[in-house]
Design a protein around this ligand. Structure first.
Ligand code: WE7
Length: 158
């Protein structure tokens, strides 16, 4: 819901250790700086259960720290409840999107809007690529995409 009550966003990628913890931390920092963080429920999760309990990737944490942002997230898999309780489930690539839509079909009262986070990018970079086998520059690119998309997404919801 825009402007009143509570808003909620769940950021999702494959393992919840690279991209979605960055998106979550960036969005929380923006909402905090904008003075609206109390109006939001913000979290991140994985389509896979592979990394459950893991800390974010060290390269992602270093990238965030470089930009003055911390994360103490612990990886978790998306649950059926998430599809009923979150307004938005924002994911990174087409594989995440098809997996989430497949999971949503198994939930009776799925009401979340499932979208690509990149659909909010003013620079029109629709896909936020997996940096797992990439370099520090790839993590930096993910960060910049998250900044652009989260700025636009927050603006749209305020
Ligand atoms: C990733 C990953 C990422 C790839 N985070 N993993 Cl070894 C594996 C197998 C199933 C699920 C997960 Cl999560 C993982 C570990 C964690 N960002 N990206 N794997 C990946 C990238 C390109 C081609 C194949 C894989 C598995």
């Amino acid at each position: 819901m825009a402007t009143t009550g509570s808003n909620s966003a769940l950021f999702v990628c494959l393992g919840n250790i690279c991209r979605s913890p960055i998106a979550e931390a960036v969005f929380r920092k923006m909402a905090t700086d904008a003075g609206v963080v109390d109006k939001w429920v913000i979290d991140s999760a994985a389509t896979s259960d592979w990394n459950t309990g893991s800390s974010p990737d060290a390269r992602g944490l270093a990238c965030l720290r470089k930009h003055g942002i911390e994360s103490s997230h612990s990886a978790r898999q998306v649950t059926k409840d998430d599809f009923m309780s979150f307004d938005y489930i924002l994911c990174m690539d087409e594989s995440n999107l098809s997996e989430l839509n497949r999971k949503a079909k198994a939930v009776k009262n799925s009401s979340a809007k499932i979208e690509l986070l990149g659909s909010y990018d003013p620079d029109k970079q629709l896909i936020i690529n997996d940096p797992y086998y990439g370099s520090d520059e790839d993590f930096e690119k993910v960060y910049e995409q998250c900044v652009r998309c989260c700025t636009a997404f927050l603006k749209m919801n305020s």
